[in-house]
Every structure is written in structure tokens, then in C-alpha cells.
Design a protein around this ligand. Structure first.
Ligand SMILES: *[C@@H]1O[C@H](CO)[C@@H](O)[C@H](O)[C@H]1NC(C)=O
Ligand SMILES: *[C@@H]1O[C@H](CO)[C@@H](O)[C@H](O)[C@H]1NC(C)=O
Ligand SMILES: *[C@@H]1O[C@H](CO)[C@@H](O)[C@H](O)[C@H]1NC(C)=O
Ligand SMILES: *[C@@H]1O[C@H](CO)[C@@H](O)[C@H](O)[C@H]1NC(C)=O
Ligand SMILES: *[C@@H]1O[C@H](CO)[C@@H](O)[C@H](O)[C@H]1NC(C)=O
Ligand SMILES: *[C@@H]1O[C@H](CO)[C@@H](O)[C@H](O)[C@H]1NC(C)=O
Ligand SMILES: *[C@@H]1O[C@H](CO)[C@@H](O)[C@H](O)[C@H]1NC(C)=O
Ligand SMILES: *[C@@H]1O[C@H](CO)[C@@H](O)[C@H](O)[C@H]1NC(C)=O
Ligand SMILES: *[C@@H]1O[C@H](CO)[C@@H](O)[C@H](O)[C@H]1NC(C)=O
Ligand SMILES: *[C@@H]1O[C@H](CO)[C@@H](O)[C@H](O)[C@H]1NC(C)=O
Ligand SMILES: *[C@@H]1O[C@H](CO)[C@@H](O)[C@H](O)[C@H]1NC(C)=O
Ligand SMILES: *[C@@H]1O[C@H](CO)[C@@H](O)[C@H](O)[C@H]1NC(C)=O
Length: 637
């Protein structure tokens, strides 16, 4: 994917912060924790600053990161670290994933195969040069386990590390298979693209301890993917048919959950800023606004019957909207995209019935346009997490209440379309119930979703100026015989103001201001425990560009991004510090430099702040700049 410079104007704005379905009780500990920020320690050491501009001779790479809560791991007991992959994604890596055999670790320190307390992955990438942001995807035995993307590198080197808890993929890690990473990169001297991605992926396996038992994960994981042995495995979807995987469940299945990975790419990278078709003619084609509206639903279907939906969080990649906003601090989700769960347990009777020769699960996207309803394209994949019993499961769906969503588009314009506004609202509720006879007895299963969505946009200057505020709120719950097995309550507001007024000027440019919040209380259905995340980001920046027309290069830019992040998790099956964990962070960057970074909470040491020698202090860094061979712009941006 790369920045849609020519294609879109965005914009933005604010965000109505509605906490929606996340309860005040869930949110309070996060807000209280954030208020307990410790006093700053350490002072900036500017003389040891990291290099940023092309003529800088220092060699320490700029630390770049997405804020994440590190995995909760046993504090005592043994563990082992295994290198899964070392690979350089450079010339020729486009469409050519790295594939290596995977063998479960057998050293005593790792713990018994398949009985680990936790598994974490460390993905570290180093890059030096110039590059677009690229999507990265990691698969274990053809099932996606991580969707990531790249930093915008610097001429003097960038390094970024993300740690991810992958314990719930234990059934895959317990078997021999292969590990595949697709990080399709483009090296092209004519586009000045020379940054390769030097990737190290390690896994750490933790043996169970008294306080930290082996969690109950699924018994079996089936990929929902194109199953190609040598290519990337997500479905690159550009039709309303979506991507279908034939599925054969063991007939003793007691529970089955679908985990979904999804992201918009190309003309769908900024789907939430796309314009309803009814209003596209208000703008000249040169503005490059994209149609089919801003509302997107990702659907999970069993044998063509809707089983549940995802109203996704908008991940902004590091080249997104205004690239200078996201180096060295990315938007939430850029290096570890959120995933979503649909309980397909109510459909086990259908998946096990012999009336059809085979059964399947489909992942598809529905937008607001016509045939197809969305633009090209979305990348969809997932997996089915199955728990089995000791006897054949039977049963039937007793309630299937899945009405169409209510989607409304309104809008208007001033005389001559000088200013245009649009509003899209959507609501959906569904409820699916089954009665199952399983090895564990009779189970009444109830899966429900309630979702609401609003997107308001306004445009000026023929569409070169855009403001959009979108909020997606919802709750997904599932109970099995009255016991809650899944709960996902979220509010995702995003506001974007973008200004491309001077985009097509000699030495023009573009800028944006963005607010984005991710508030989510999640009890995932496998692995035990639950957590709540509250991430609030504000970013503002601009990019100056060289000659128009021609191949536009960014020649300078500024960007400032601030983020507060709070995380709490609880797992009553664990003792000691692992029962309740917290992670808080207050971080800011400006002009390619770290302004401040404070981390507190029980997990601080697992993901500490950037070291003092990377902190520039209040003024931030010098910002990105490239020499322009003596030319002088008519107007700066
Ligand atoms: C972002 O939020 C700030 C603080 O609420 C507000 O002043 C600003 O207008 C917002 N900007 C956008 C683009 O949402
Ligand atoms: C979005 O919210 C911001 C800040 O509240 C506001 O200034 C702007 O007008 C809003 N934009 C739209 C299209 O409603
Ligand atoms: C790099 O060049 C810029 C102007 O081109 C100059 O201001 C700056 O001092 C130089 N930096 C170093 C480290 O030489
Ligand atoms: C992650 O991996 C990198 C490279 O292998 C290593 O330098 C770094 O220390 C690791 N980080 C953690 C927290 O394990
Ligand atoms: C890639 O990273 C490894 C480990 O950090 C290092 O040994 C190697 O020299 C790097 N290669 C390149 C081409 O940067
Ligand atoms: C991928 O595998 C298929 C089937 O084994 C083979 O036909 C195809 O040539 C392979 N493609 C590449 C790029 O290796
Ligand atoms: C899925 O099953 C159907 C019906 O048996 C079959 O026609 C189709 O080829 C299968 N698809 C794949 C990808 O195996
Ligand atoms: C204004 O926009 C509408 C579409 O919303 C379009 O049909 C109409 O032709 C436009 N009028 C002008 C004067 O551009
Ligand atoms: C999926 O299964 C349904 C029901 O058997 C069938 O109608 C449909 O054709 C299948 N889809 C694909 C792509 O095989
Ligand atoms: C639909 O969603 C909108 C926007 O979130 C909300 O204001 C409205 O109350 C919802 N309507 C229903 C019927 O849920
Ligand atoms: C970016 O470069 C242009 C052209 O040289 C110049 O006019 C403008 O002032 C520069 N902006 C910044 C922030 O350096
Ligand atoms: C867009 O940016 C230009 C250049 O900085 C500025 O003159 C103009 O006022 C901006 N427009 C808006 C609506 O902010």
C-alpha cells in the first residue's frame, strides 16, 4: 500500500468521544491509572541525538514504534527464545514471501509442547533508506497470526520492535508446519526506493508455573485463507463474493470461533474517508475523491448464511494521510492490527450436517456502492478455533434473527457545490441461538451483536479540503449455557481534517490534523482473561513537495503526534501479578524526534520507554528535509 497522494483529500476532525458500550466501571481504572503518571525522570541528552537528516553522520538508528501493551507472562519459571525467521525483504520480495519450516521447541526450559503458559513473538525490523509503507503478514501453517506494516525509513536507519501475545494460537505452535512472512517490498531506483526490510522474528515459550497455569486454548485451528503453499494467504478481495474456504470440522466440535483479520488497501486504504456516490459528481475528477461511501462491514458466513459481522477499526499506516505524522510514533494498530471474533458455535449443527457434500466459511466486505459495493481491494483472512469433546455433537439453530442493517445517507451542498456535506448512519443488531447436545451436556448458545455507526463529512475547495468525523460503537457477546465466553465492547471515533488546497502547486504540499481513539473491552473466547484498552491520539502535520507536475517527492515536512494509552487486564485463573496487569504510556513526538515518553504500570519493564538518548525534548527533532538542488518554491505549505 502506499500513500494515496494523488487520490484523496481527507480531512478531519474531531471526535465525539462517546464511550458507548464500554461500561464506566471498565473504563474507570484506565482513567485513574492514567492520572497517576509518575514524575519525569532523566533529562534529554541532546548531544547524543540520533541522526535524522541526510547529512548526519551518526549511526544509531531512530527508534520507531507503535504503542502496545506487552504480553502478560509468568514472572518465575523458565522460558526459551527461538529465532523463527531472519530475512531481508528487498528486491524481488514483492509477491515472494519468506517460508521456513516450523518445529515446536523441545528444550526443557520451554515447557512441554502444547502446554505452554504463554507464547510471545518479537518482530524487529531494521531499515535504512527510502521506502513506502508496506503491509506485512505472518502465517503459521497457512493461518494468519499477525498483520503488521512498515515504518517510513530514514536515510540514517530506523528500527522498530513489536511484541505480540500469540498464546491463543497454541494448537498451531504445537505442531510441525511452516512459517511464512509476506512483506512485499519494492526496490526501484527510478522511484528512489532503496530501503530493504531486515526482519528478525523470535518466539518465546513460557513453561507454566504455580501462579500461571496453561490456559485453555482451542484444540484445533483451521485457516480461513487461500491455502496457497507459496504465496501470501489472505484473500485479496475485490468482488462482492469475498473469499471462501471449505471447512471440515471434527464431529466432536463443542465450540468454534472465527478470528478475522481485515484491512482496506489501495482505493480502500482510507475507506472511512470515501465519498458517497450520490455526492461524487459535486467535485472535479482531478480532486481524486474515491466513491462507494465510507461505511464498510466485514461479514462471516457459514454455507452462505450470515453468522456475524465486523465493523472494523480504521488502522492508519505510516504513510497514511500525512506520513510525517507517524514517524517515529505510529497510529494505534499500524504494527499489530486488531482482530475480531465471531462465535460460529451456533452453526456447528450446519457445519456437521451431511446434507451437503462440503461446508464452507466465507469472509466478505460490503460497502455502499454498486457491484461491487466497495473499491479494490480488501485483504481478508482468519482462522477457526475449535474445541472438541469426546462424542458427536448434534443440535439445531433455534433463533436466527438477522435483519438487514439500516444504512442512511444524507447530505447537501451550498450553491454551486462550494461546500458539500454528507452524513452516513448505520445500525445493526443480530441474535443467533442454538441448542447443542455435546460431550459436555446440553448447551444453549446465544450470539448477539449490536452496532451503530455515524460518519459526517464536509468538503470545500472542490474537495481539496475535507473534514470527516466517524464513530463506530458496538457490543458483541456470546454465552454458552449462560456463561459468557466472548465479549467485545468498543468505541472507535476518528476525526480527520485534511487540506490538499496547494497540492498541485509547484512546491505545494498537503497537511492534516487527526484525532483517533480506540476504546475496547475484550474478553476473547480462547485463552482466558479479558482486557481493556483506551488509546487516544492526536496528530498534526504537513508535507512539502517538489516540482509539479512530475514524480512528486516530499522535500520537507513537520508532524507532531501525542498519545495516551491505558491497558488493564484481568485473569482470575492466575495468581500474583499475572492476575491483574496494567500498562500506561504518555508519549509525544514532533518533527521526527521524541519529545517525551513515560511508561508506568505493572508491565512497564516488558515494554519500557525509549531511552533518554533518543529524546530530543520539547522542540522535537529537526523534521524531515531533503535538498532540492537550489530550486525555490513559489509558495510553501
Ligand atoms: C482534535 O481534537 C482537538 C481537541 O479536542 C480539537 O481541538 C481539534 O479540533 C480536533 N481536530 C480534529 C481534526 O478532529
Ligand atoms: C468534526 O469535528 C470537528 C471538531 O469537533 C469539527 O470542527 C468539524 O466541523 C467536524 N466536521 C464535520 C464534517 O462534522
Ligand atoms: C545538515 O545540513 C543542514 C542544511 O543543509 C545544516 O543546517 C545542518 O547543520 C547540517 N547538519 C550537519 C550535522 O552537518
Ligand atoms: C526483540 O528482538 C530484537 C532483535 O532480535 C532484540 O534486539 C530485542 O532485545 C528484543 N526485544 C525484547 C523485548 O525481547
Ligand atoms: C540484518 O540484521 C542482522 C541482525 O541484526 C545483521 O546481522 C545483518 O547485518 C543485517 N543485514 C543487513 C543487510 O542490514
Ligand atoms: C506456487 O506453488 C504452485 C503449486 O505448487 C506452483 O504451481 C507455482 O508455480 C508456485 N509459484 C511460485 C511463485 O513459486
Ligand atoms: C470446495 O468444495 C466444493 C464442493 O465440494 C468444490 O467444488 C470446490 O472445488 C472446493 N473448493 C476448494 C478451494 O477446494
Ligand atoms: C453539484 O453536485 C451534484 C452532485 O452532488 C451534481 O449533480 C451537480 O452537477 C453539481 N453542480 C455543480 C454546479 O457542479
Ligand atoms: C459454500 O457452501 C454453500 C452451501 O453449500 C454453497 O451454496 C456455496 O456454493 C459454497 N461456496 C463456495 C464458494 O464453494
Ligand atoms: C443508530 O446509530 C446512530 C449513530 O451512532 C445513533 O445515534 C442511533 O441512536 C442509532 N439508532 C438505533 C435505532 O440504534
Ligand atoms: C520546505 O521547502 C520549501 C521549498 O524549499 C520551502 O519554501 C519551505 O519553507 C520549506 N518548509 C519547511 C518547513 O522547511
Ligand atoms: C490549507 O493550507 C493552506 C496552506 O497552508 C492555507 O493557506 C489554508 O488556509 C488552509 N486551508 C484551511 C481550510 O485550513
Amino acid at each position: 500500500m502506499y500513500t494515496r497522494l494523488l487520490v484523496n483529500a481527507f480531512l478531519a476532525v474531531t471526535v465525539v468521544v462517546v464511550f458507548g458500550q464500554v461500561t464506566p466501571e471498565e473504563l474507570e481504572p484506565l482513567l485513574v491509572g492514567l492520572a497517576q503518571k509518575p514524575r519525569e525522570i532523566g533529562t534529554p541528552q541532546l548531544e547524543r541525538r540520533v541522526p535524522l537528516s541526510t547529512n548526519d553522520s551518526t549511526v544509531a538508528p531512530l527508534i520507531d514504534l507503535q504503542v502496545f501493551a506487552p504480553p502478560v507472562i509468568p514472572q518465575d519459571g523458565t522460558s526459551c527464545e527461538v529465532v523463527l525467521l531472519e530475512h531481508i525483504f528487498g528486491d524481488g520480495s514483492f509477491g515472494a514471501p519468506a517460508i521456513v519450516p516450523y518445529i515446536p521447541p523441545t528444550d526443557d526450559t520451554c515447557g512441554e509442547v502444547g502446554k505452554w503458559a504463554a507464547i510471545s513473538l518479537n518482530l524487529t525490523t531494521y531499515s535504512i533508506g527510502t521506502q513506502y509503507d508496506r503491509l506485512g503478514v505472518i502465517y503459521l501453517s497457512l493461518a494468519e497470526i499477525w498483520r503488521t506494516s512498515s515504518a517510513e525509513p530514514t536515510k540514517t536507519g530506523t528500527i522498530w520492535t513489536t511484541i505480540k501475545d500469540v498464546t491463543h494460537f497454541t494448537p498451531l505452535f504445537a505442531q510441525e508446519g511452516n512459517l511464512k512472512m509476506d512483506f512485499s517490498n519494492i526496490i526501484d531506483p527510478s522511484l528512489l526506493l532503496d530501503g530493504v526490510f531486515n526482519v528478525t522474528l523470535t518466539a518465546t515459550f513460557y513453561a507454566p508455573t504455580e501462579n500461571f497455569a496453561t490456559p485453555q486454548t482451542s484444540d484445533l485451528i483451521l485457516p480461513l485463507s487461500n491455502l496457497s503453499p507459496n504465496l501470501t494467504n489472505y484473500f485479496a478481495v475485490d468482488t462482492d463474493a469475498g473469499g471462501t474456504t471449505n471447512i471440515s470440522l471434527p464431529d466432536t466440535a463443542v465450540e468454534a470461533y472465527v478470528e478475522v483479520f481485515c484491512s482496506g488497501n489501495s482505493a480502500e486504504e482510507f475507506w472511512y474517508l470515501n465519498t458517497p456516490d450520490e455526492f461524487l459528481d459535486a467535485f472535479p475528477a482531478e480532486t481524486g475523491l474515491i466513491g462507494k461511501g465510507p461505511f464498510r462491514e466485514v461479514q462471516v458466513l457459514v454455507d452462505d448464511q450470515l453468522a456475524g459481522v465486523v465493523w472494523p477499526y480504521a488502522v492508519i499506516y505510516t504513510g497514511g494521510i500525512t506520513p510525517s505524522n507517524w514517524r517515529p510514533l505510529t497510529s494505534y494498530g499500524a504494527y499489530d492490527a486488531p482482530t475480531y471474533w465471531v462465535d460460529v458455535t451456533p452453526f456447528i449443527p450446519i457445519l456437521l450436517s451431511d446434507s451437503e457434500a462440503s461446508h464452507n466459511i466465507t469472509l466478505k466486505v460490503v460497502g455502499q456502492g454498486l457491484s461491487p459495493t466497495f473499491n479494490s481491494n480488501w485483504f481478508l483472512s482468519g482462522s477457526v478455533h475449535v474445541r472438541t469433546g469426546s462424542s458427536k455433537t448434534t443440535g439445531r439453530i433455534t433463533v436466527y434473527d438477522v435483519p438487514e442493517p439500516k444504512i442512511e445517507t444524507t447530505g447537501g451542498a451550498s450553491a454551486g457545490n462550494v461546500t458539500v456535506w454528507t452524513k452516513v448512519t448505520a445500525n445493526r443488531s443480530l441474535n443467533i441461538e442454538s441448542e447443542l447436545n455435546t460431550a459436555e451436556g446440553v448447551k444453549k448458545v446465544k450470539f448477539s451483536q449490536t452496532l451503530s455507526y455515524i460518519n459526517e463529512a464536509s468538503y470545500a475547495d472542490e474537495g481539496w479540503i475535507q473534514s470527516a468525523n466517524q464513530t463506530t460503537t458496538g457490543t458483541t457477546t456470546s454465552t454458552h449455557q449462560g456463561v459468557q465466553v466472548l465479549r467485545d465492547a468498543f468505541t472507535y471515533p476518528i476525526g480527520v481534517f485534511s487540506n490538499y488546497s496547494l497540492f498541485s502547486e509547484q512546491f505545494g504540499g498537503y497537511g492534516s490534523e487527526i484525532n483517533q481513539t480506540h476504546t475496547r473491552a475484550l474478553q476473547p473466547p480462547t485463552g482466558g482473561g479479558s482486557h481493556t484498552i483506551h488509546s487516544v491520539q492526536h496528530a498534526k502535520g504537513f508535507i512539502g513537495m517538489d516540482d509539479w507536475p512530475g514524480l512528486r517527492h516530499a522535500i520537507n515536512g513537520t508532524g507532531a503526534t501525542e498519545q495516551t494509552f491505558a491497558y488493564t487486564s484481568s485473569n482470575p485463573e492466575r495468581g500474583g501479578a499475572a492476575a491483574r496487569a496494567t500498562y500506561f504510556r504518555d508519549v509525544a513526538t514532533k518533527n521526527d524526534g521524541w519529545v517525551r515518553d513515560s511508561v508506568w504500570g505493572t508491565l512497564r519493564e516488558e515494554n519500557p520507554p525509549v531511552p533518554p538518548e533518543q529524546i530530543f525534548g520539547e522542540g522535537g527533532g529537526p523534521g524531515f528535509r531533503r535538498s532540492v538542488l537550489g530550486k525555490i518554491g513559489r509558495r510553501g505549505f
